[in-house]
Design a protein around this ligand. Structure first.
Ligand SMILES: Nc1ncnc2c1ncn2[C@@H]1O[C@H](COP(=O)(O)OP(=O)(O)OP(=O)(O)O)[C@@H](O)[C@H]1O
Ligand SMILES: [Mg+2]
Length: 503
């Protein structure tokens, strides 16, 4: 019988190979020998438990091939006379003579998720777990089952950063468990590149490569720091009044009062908007992912209010309702015909320039136009766009922002706080998140750019030529009397429009 020859594992890999927790997460940094440990553990389990079914999961098939299939075929001498397993390329599986099997499966698109829903395996290996959203972790957990005596486990590998950063950190680093999660099931074994003796020996300059990364990235990938990409992308977004900031500014109003006065909060109760205010519409196209339409009122000071939205989401976050463009714009046109805030208005539309792409026949913008829904091409420069949004969200010293959201715009309120930094481009937003509303808001902001900080909108009362006639200290002027123009619409329902977001 030919022998399986496995190189010596590192100390950390040894710990991982012998760990028997139900969910074991390994690595937490680049180059720590994670993928190696996962695939070797799969082979060892296959040898130990005849007939066991293992599955190695990664985001894409090319990654599976480059990180696992190729190496395992070599290790198990597939295709040679003394082969230890047989590789079947059509169903991407390795079968051992004792009946054990390793399946290779990718999980990226939603159609891939459907495939997993019917899968049943004993042990699952999720390589690069932080590249997967939490929803997929739940799907994968449900695949690990079966009435047989084999162990039922999931082994994960990960690096900090990525769309799955939060849930992996919560379960394995912070160990903040929810009801129904048993802390005894979870173990984390950290392995840094410096723990990977084999790599340090073979490719010592790899550490140098990691050292030369930008600081945030270096901290995360070289030293395994998880708090680097901490926090949401729109840190300054306040769904509730920020009491600490109000107090610091010497304001002692209650949360209700602050909310009523639109101070230190971005979410406000709907009010009856001035019929003379301009109305804008921003749009981000989506089919499998949600499309998003936002309607904005612009007051005389240039402050924008998200008053209504139509978000094409099924109720499962980030899942589109799959409406064709015709359906979307028919609905948009109907809402604009019927809603009292929009009826009869000249609405200025702005959208992702990609909707003018006519490679596959009529462009989405053309379809919209045929149905009477007009757009201008939005400016898609991402970083300047995010800066515009940040500027608008910042509060002045009295707690006023330049962008508000009516509380009926539930999809905005749900999705914006979930957005994270892009680990590879820390000043940008991670596009794996549910970013359609953020994008559409960004186009809107770019179409009405403002200067940074509120100081950039001075009334010049102390410095401009008016100073000669208006001898009042700027600071003694009362807050802008915006509120007098705003009557609160109770309950919000009246302003809700026809939202599709049921979440
Ligand atoms: N015990 C070992 N013996 C021999 N080579 C090893 C061992 N562990 C890891 N290696 C080799 O070290 C290199 C890096 O390991 P691996 O790819 O598993 O790291 P990783 O943590 O998955 O890296 P990445 O973060 O890039 O995904 C690979 O070439 C791998 O084959
Ligand atoms: Mg790897």
């Amino acid at each position: 019988m030919p022998e399986l020859q496995i190189p010596q594992p590192s100390e950390k890999q040894q710990l991982f190979l012998t760990d028997e927790h139900k969910y074991v997460c390994f690595g937490g940094a680049r180059g720590g020998g994670k993928s190696w440990a996962l695939r070797v553990k799969a082979v060892l389990l296959c040898e130990k438990y005849p007939g066991i079914l293992c599955c190695i999961v990664r985001k894409t098939y090319p990654e599976l091939r480059a990180n696992h299939i190729r190496q395992l075929k070599a290790l198990l001498r597939c295709g040679q006379k003394d082969a230890l397993a047989r590789y079947n390329d059509s169903d991407k599986s390795l079968t051992f003579p004792n009946g054990s099997v390793i399946l290779f499966r990718y999980l990226d698109a939603e159609s891939d998720e459907d495939r997993f829903q019917g899968t049943e395996v004993d042990v699952l290996f999720l390589d690069e777990a932080t590249q997967q959203p939490e929803r997929r972790w739940n799907i994968l957990k449900a695949c690990v089952r079966g009435v047989n005596g084999y162990p039922k486990r999931i082994y994960l590998s990960c690096n900090p950063g990525g769309v799955g950063h939060e849930w992996v950190k919560r379960l394995f680093i912070d160990r903040r468990f929810k009801e129904g999660e048993n802390p005894d099931d979870y173990a984390f074994i950290q392995s840094l590149v410096t723990d990977n003796a084999a790599l340090m020996r073979e490719q010592p300059d790899y550490v140098e490569q990691l050292r030369s990364l930008p600081p945030r990235q270096r901290e995360a990938w070289l030293y395994g720091r998880w708090d680097i990409f901490e926090g949401q992308f729109f840190e300054e977004l306040r769904l509730e009044p920020d009491l600490a900031a109000a107090e610091k500014a010497g304001c002692s109003l209650s949360p209700e009062e602050l909310r009523r006065e639109h101070r230190w909060t971005h979410v406000i109760e709907p009010f009856e908007i001035d019929p003379r205010w301009k109305i804008c519409r921003s749009f981000d196209w989506g089919y499998r992912r949600p499309f998003s339409v936002g309607w904005w009122a612009v007051d005389y000071d240039g402050v924008v209010y998200r008053i209504l939205e139509l978000y094409g989401c099924t109720g499962t976050p980030n899942e589109g309702v799959k409406w064709v463009p015709e359906q979307v714009f028919r609905e948009v046109a109907r809402i604009e015909r019927e809603h009292r805030w929009l009826r009869g208005k000249r609405i200025r539309g702005v959208a992702d320039p990609a909707i003018w792409n006519a490679e596959r026949g009529e462009s989405i913008a053309e379809t919209a136009e045929k149905l009477g829904v007009y757009f201008e091409k939005g400016d898609n420069a991402r970083l300047p766009g995010w800066m515009q949004l940040h500027y608008r969200l910042s509060f002045d010293e009295q707690g006023f922002a330049r962008l508000y959201v009516f509380s009926n715009c539930r999809a905005f309120i749900r999705t914006l706080p979930t957005l994270r930094y892009d680990p590879l481009r820390p000043e940008d937003l991670d596009t794996d998140g549910e970013d359609h509303i953020a994008d559409e808001t960004r186009y809107l902001c770019m179409s009405r750019p403002v200067a940074p900080g509120q100081a950039a909108m001075p009334d010049n009362s102390n410095t401009g030529p008016l100073r000669l006639f208006l001898d009042i200290d700027e600071r003694s002027l009362p807050p802008a009397p915006r509120l007098e123009r705003m009557r609160v619409v109770r309950g919000g329902e009246e302003a809700t429009g026809k939202e599709q977001d049921n979440t």
